[in-house]
Design a protein around this ligand. Structure first.
Ligand code: ATP
Ligand code: MG
Length: 332
């Protein structure tokens, strides 16, 4: 089976519907056909200030949501990045073969550093993509499923693997990005031209996986809709309804055409009611399972520790290979 690696930053309260459709759902499908490794990237999270107590809680909550959404920690490897020391170790080595100009061209860095200003930006944010390259290369990953915004980082990862291999002899596999389809993109319910995002300035249009069912239903019932009253997919004229149709189709496993047919002649209200039901049905069991897992943090920590051991078994061997190639003196 081809090796697959993907990760997501821990988020404080809950993951959102976009994370579920754009990441977790695909991961769950891919895990049966791939040798899959999923990571909660807490080392990346500290490139913006984090409260230590909250970071720890967010890491557990995120891992619990991966499991509740169907990532099987007995089949796939599901681990926390900071528990495998090889990640920052390899990142350091890769830093020394990354050009300053090359790193400066990363769009995510430009965008995030512009927002924070030179003094609010830290050096970790600058080398973020290099740590990401280390994450991927340590596992000889062939496939990295990511959103479109990560394409450039995977390209850098390939360049670094290739550069290292050329200079020091073949060490790393060059990974391929698997970019998710536009149909897997979810927009904000209140501002349907913006991507649904956990760091949106207003979260009225964000459906959290851990929202109570009544809250989820209410958010969907009050989603912004478009003029007219026809339930029809048209992302230009009807971005609100089209977004809801996409969510409906993905969560129910039905086609958009089929759903349009069902609501033909009905108003937006009936359609939203149907979607609210589908969404609540999807997230209720995930929410319950997440809360159950969080209720026994010792057991969750044990699962994660066991998986970190499995990850380290692979990562340490790759790191040793890279150390040797680079000319580090082996510890006798
Ligand atoms: P942030 O606002 O901090 O960027 P986010 O909610 O966008 O948070 P990320 O951590 O950037 O979440 O992304 C985690 C994963 O979820 C990625 O694979 C990303 O492509 C996917 N994802 C996030 N938001 C959406 C969305 N609205 N639609 C589809 N996929 C999404
Ligand atoms: Mg994002």
């Amino acid at each position: 089976k081809p090796r697959l690696f993907s990760g997501m930053q821990p988020s404080a309260d809950s993951l959102q519907l976009g994370n579920y459709i754009g990441a977790l759902l695909q991961w769950k499908e891919l895990q049966s056909t791939h040798d899959a490794i999923f990571c909660v990237v807490d080392l990346h999270a500290i490139t913006v200030p984090q409260d230590p107590v909250q970071l720890r809680a967010a890491t557990r909550r995120t891992a619990a949501q991966y499991i509740a959404a169907g990532i099987d920690p007995a089949q796939s490897i599901l681990f926390v990045q900071s528990q495998v020391a090889a990640h920052p170790q390899l990142a350091w080595m890769l830093n020394t073969i990354t050009g300053f100009g090359e790193a400066s061209r990363m769009i995510q860095f430009k965008e995030k550093s512009q927002k924070q200003g030179a003094d609010g930006t830290n050096v970790g944010l600058f080398t973020y993509p290099v740590l990401q390259a280390a994450d991927i290369l340590l596992y000889d990953a062939e496939i990295v499923p990511v959103g479109e915004d990560q394409r450039q980082h995977i390209e850098l990862t390939r360049d670094l693997a290739n550069r290292f291999n050329t200079r020091f002899g073949h060490t790393f596999v060059e990974p391929e990005a698997v970019i998710q389809k536009e149909t897997a993109k979810v927009y904000d319910l209140q501002a349907p031209t913006n991507k649904m995002s956990k760091s949106a300035s207003s979260t009225a249009g964000v459906v959290w996986m851990l929202d109570e069912p009544a809250v989820t239903a209410k958010k969907i019932m009050s989603a912004a809709t478009d003029s007219g009253r026809e339930v029809r997919f048209d992302s230009v004229e009807k971005p609100g309804i089209s977004n809801l149709l996409t969510i409906y189709a993905v969560l129910s496993g039905r086609t958009i055409a089929d759903i349009e047919r069902e609501y033909d002649g009905h108003g937006y209200g009936d359609f939203k009611k149907g979607l609210a039901e589908v969404t609540v049905d999807t997230f209720s069991p995930i929410r319950a399972r997440t809360l159950e897992l969080l209720d026994d943090p010792a057991e969750l920590d044990r699962i994660l520790a066991g998986n970190a051991d499995r990850a380290a078994g692979i990562a340490d061997a790759t790191l040793a290979r890279a150390y040797d190639r680079m000319g580090f003196l082996a510890r006798a």
